[in-house]
Design a protein around this ligand. Sequence first.
Ligand code: 4NP
Length: 164
Amino acid sequence: MTQDFSVVFVCLGNICRSPTAHGALRNKVATAGLSDFVTVDSAGTGSWHVGSPPDLRAQKTASSYDVSIDDLRARQVDPVDLTRFDYVIAMDRQNYTDLRSLAVEHGLYADRISLLTDWGEGESIDGVPDPYAGGQDGFRHVFELIDAHTDGVIDALRTDLHTG
Ligand code: 4NP
């Protein structure tokens, strides 16, 4: 293993979907013994919830799958994230479009940006739906989508680390 890799997940508020993905991938990285080589982070395109912990419904759902996210705090995405992270992974199509615009605006690496649901073998769907206005069931669906598609991310990271 010759190189470290970094991943940032981006949603709108950074209190539901992206912290869930952050926690899910962090656990997979730890289980794979790769914590010393992979940095995982998350951010929101919006600033409303900066400094807040994840939504309690997201915390409760993640915890029911043995994923702890209560230590995370929301922050807003920074253009420099597009240079600091190898993978900038949007949770839905709007987040993806917003990140692409940010990259173009700042002349940065748009090719690092992807959509989580394009990774791996999970349910074929165009982005992880925003669960904020719905109920606990929506959060469970969101968790299942994130869990399946972050399997694709950890597989890619393993390959990167062994070939990079
Ligand atoms: P997230 O969900 O983008 O998955 O964190 C949302 C959280 C807050 C809001 C929207 C979506 N909001 O409008 O405050």
